[in-house]
Design a protein around this ligand. Sequence first.
Ligand SMILES: [Zn+2]
Length: 112
Amino acid sequence: MAEERETLMKTVQYSMPRATKNKVEAIVFKTLQEKKHLEEMDIPDPELTLRPDTTKTLRVTKTKKYYHNGKWEFNPIEKEESWSCCMNAEKNSEGCVAVKCDKSKWILSSYT
Ligand SMILES: [Zn+2]
């Protein structure tokens, strides 16, 4: 750390030859603080991240349902039947509109 500080002092002094010793020290201090702060941010411990792993504690109950919001009808351009919303010619296709269903979501409307 002390060595790093020395090197940094020389670098700053070299790039700013007219700066006073106080100013150089201040810049070095600030640079080292920022570096230290960045190192602290980069902690590999997964428990200390801002995005903790919730897969163990939260059960994913979200499912997706798909449907077509258009009509299954005869398309005169393609000369075949297709969904009017996405032109999908497969009647049993999954659907172009996805709806998220969250079974664990609290339904609060009945409590009003
Ligand atoms: Zn569709």
